[in-house]
Design a protein around this ligand. Structure first.
Ligand code: ZN
Length: 382
């Protein structure tokens, strides 16, 4: 391993101590030194810097272990605000979020088919409002975009629904707002959101499959988002699962999305029930009542999704599979159908230890994930 420069070592120690305080309710300098293996002098130095920056404060004395009782420290959750933005749905959503995931202010703007420069202007409008409203310093801006991204360069390579191609979104926003900006795929940050702010029982890895208008997945491995070699990890929606299937928006036939996305399921049910308003709730109710017109459509969706999950767990052996988005409206019954397909198609030893569940976070998941992505990059938290 290369030796760290003094500047890098300092940065490393700063993040290590900050993370240690973040993960404890209250903690003394001596306990930080013990947990991090840093010297008492280094810890005192670093803590002073963190206090000057407002991230840490003293909160009284702890119990004495013989000598002078130690001063306890705690993390200041509103030392900075994170700006999280979700561009994946029919309305752009943004929020000011504290460093524990608490939402302080939300702003949504409906974007009826806004695309190209019009869509970009709506992003500016959203951010102008949030930045102006912040009564704490802003750590930066994190954005979840539906499409293929180059996360390293902050470029949107292709976002079909927004009609963006090779858009240098990070640079544009950094110039306008003068703070750090991180741009990533919406499904990928949704996975990080569930890992950071959701109810994960001590798991270090998970795969989240987001099924709404489209279908995509995000992969968290050992606490970090895995983007893949060209940022496309988790792009499962346009894998062909039936060559004789329906034509997909991408030009191919029978992509996973044509069976599993909410849009595709609703369209198929609409063709059969004529003159009725169909949404996911409708499909849930009809399916629960044994309506033959929706049964095949729901079973096909469960089948293709279950097969995809069987492949994912065979490759990654990640035991926590989370489903998110509109599909969750189909309820636990749908989850059971998917589990059954996984059990029938995956190696027993792998299927047995895999847990498939619905996400614990709702519609705020992408903007909270974008904020989590920013926090991880800037502060190394959690
Ligand atoms: Zn496709």
């Amino acid at each position: 391993m290369q030796k760290l420069t003094p500047q890098q070592a300092r940065e490393h120690n700063l993040k290590l101590v900050l993370r240690t305080i973040y993960n404890s309710a209250r903690i003394s300098r001596a306990d930080i030194a013990r947990l991090t293996n840093l010297t008492r002098a280094t810890v005192s130095d670093v803590v002073e810097e963190l206090m000057n920056k407002g991230f840490v404060r003293e909160v009284g004395l702890g119990p004495s272990t013989g000598g002078k009782p130690p001063t306890l420290l705690e993390f200041v959750e509103d030392a900075r605000y994170l700006v999280g933005v979700d561009l994946a749905e029919d309305e752009f959503r943004g929020a000011l979020i504290d460093l524990r995931g608490g939402i302080k202010r939300k702003y949504n703007t409906r974007v009826k088919q806004a695309s190209g420069s019009e869509a970009l202007n709506r992003v500016y409008e959203l951010l102008d409002v949030l930045v102006k409203d912040a009564d704490r310093p802003i750590l930066g801006i994190g954005i979840g975009v539906p499409g293929l991204m180059d996360a390293d360069r902050g470029m949107v390579l292709k976002a079909v629904s927004l009609d963006w191609q090779n858009l240098p979104l990070r640079d544009l926003l950094q110039e306008r707002y003068n703070v750090s900006v991180y741009v990533a795929n919406d499904c990928q940050v949704a996975a990080l959101s569930e890992y950071t702010f959701g109810k994960c029982e001590k798991t270090e890895s998970l795969v989240l499959i987001k099924i709404g208008r489209g279908v995509g997945a995000g992969v968290v491995i050992n606490g970090s988002l895995y983007h893949g070699d060209s940022s496309g990890a988790g792009e499962i929606g346009h894998v062909v699962v039936d060559e004789n299937g329906e034509r997909c928006g991408c030009g191919k036939r029978g992509c996973l999305e044509t069976f599993v996305s909410c849009r595709a399921m609703i369209r198929k049910v609409e063709r059969r029930v004529k003159n009725e308003e169909v949404d996911m709730k409708y499909i849930f109710t009809a399916f629960s009542a044994g309506d033959e017109r929706v049964k095949r459509i729901v079973l096909d969706a469960a089948h293709h999704l279950g097969l995809m999950i069987a492949h994912i767990i065979a490759i990654l052996n990640i035991q926590e599979i989370v489903l998110a988005g509109g599909i969750t409206e189909l309820g636990e019954g749908f989850l059971k159908l998917v589990e059954k397909v996984v059990r029938e198609h995956a190696l027993d030893a792998l299927a047995k230890v895999t847990r498939i569940r619905f996400a614990s976070l709702g519609e705020d998941m992408v903007m909270m994930g974008a904020a989590a992505f920013l926090m991880k990059k800037e502060l190394g938290l959690p």
